[in-house]
Design a binder for this molecule. Structure first.
Ligand SMILES: C[S@@+](CC[C@H](N)C(=O)[O-])C[C@H]1O[C@@H](n2cnc3c(N)ncnc32)[C@H](O)[C@@H]1O
Length: 274
């Protein structure tokens, strides 16, 4: 029986059609969107989920969209232990995630492992917009990169990225707290690869990425598009490359995840030829 089926049995008939079935798992904490019609039933929903999945100690409801430059989503504990720091495992690594204070999405795990698999021995990697550190930590544990520089503006993200590096015994990542636009000049043509997981505004950092990319480097840029229409970010990439006097080729583009019924998150791998 799934969560929706279990809830249908517990809710009054007029509320049953609103019963949710989806939730995101952050290890010991589940996070879910609850329709406003079920506002008064949050505790029941959370407790039902815990009874069906005892690995969850806590269930939180999502209380806002991802907001502001830190892309943070508010959450509230609705059942179980009163805690919001999740212990989440991905690809053999452990991450502490202060929910409600940082951005983190388990749905991007496929991208992290894909890029880790592309990293060549000895590479120096820019892990920009690094949050609590999932990209650079997974790269460090699952590639033979020489080192990485992780840059994050949110002080909570930076603090937990350093904690997570320690937890996973990662020693070859430098964590920089700051704005990519303010610190990038220190890294002129330094990187063999740059991961830029900042959809919505990532293209605004292409100038900085081209400045920091070695000839032969690959930049992984993310964007939200109307389903199947890659044309706008493609023209932004080509326009910024021209301004930066870098010759580039888009060597891979693909859907990463569903964003809404009409939009999707996609990735572009941009080879900087010279
Ligand atoms: C979409 S999140 C990705 C976080 C992380 N890489 C992950 O996948 O969990 C984007 C991150 O970029 C950070 N950020 C936004 N603008 C920034 C800037 N100008 N410089 C550095 N970090 C920035 C935000 O605080 C946020 O943590």
């Amino acid at each position: 029986m799934n969560l929706k089926e279990a809830l249908i049995q517990k809710l009054p008939a007029k509320l049953a059609p609103f019963a949710p079935k989806a939730f995101d798992s952050f290890g010991n904490i589940a996070v879910m969107e609850i329709p406003k019609e079920l506002n008064k039933k949050k505790k029941l929903i959370g407790e039902t989920l815990i009874s069906m999945n005892p690995r969850f100690e806590t269930v939180c409801s999502i209380e806002s969209d991802h907001k502001g430059k830190f892309r943070v989503q508010k959450v509230k504990v609705i059942a179980g232990k009163k805690q919001t720091i999740a212990t989440y495992k991905e690809y053999g690594c452990t991450f502490l995630i202060p929910l409600g204070k940082v951005f983190f999405s388990p749905r991007l795990s496929g991208e992290r492992t894909r890029i880790a698999g592309l990293i060549q021995p000895g590479e120096i990697v820019g892990a920009w917009f690094s949050g609590v550190g999932p990209y650079p930590i997974i790269f460090s544990k699952h590639s033979k990169m020489q080192s990485a520089v992780a840059i994050e503006l949110n002080p909570f993200g930076h603090k937990y990225a350093k904690k997570n590096a320690e937890l996973n015994k990662v020693k070859n990542v430098e964590f920089v707290k700051g704005d990519v636009k303010k610190v990038y000049k220190k890294f002129k043509q330094k990187f063999d690869r740059i991961a830029m997981p900042l959809p919505h505004t990532g293209y605004q950092f292409l100038k900085e990425a081209f400045y920091c990319a070695k000839p032969g480097a690959v930049i992984h840029m993310y964007e939200i598009i109307h389903k199947g229409d890659y044309s706008l970010p493609e023209s932004q990439i080509m326009g910024e490359a021209k301004k930066a006097k870098r010759r580039v080729e888009i060597i891979y583009k693909n859907k990463v995840r569903e964003f809404s019924p009409t939009k999707e998150q996609v990735v572009f791998d941009i080879l900087v030829l010279d």
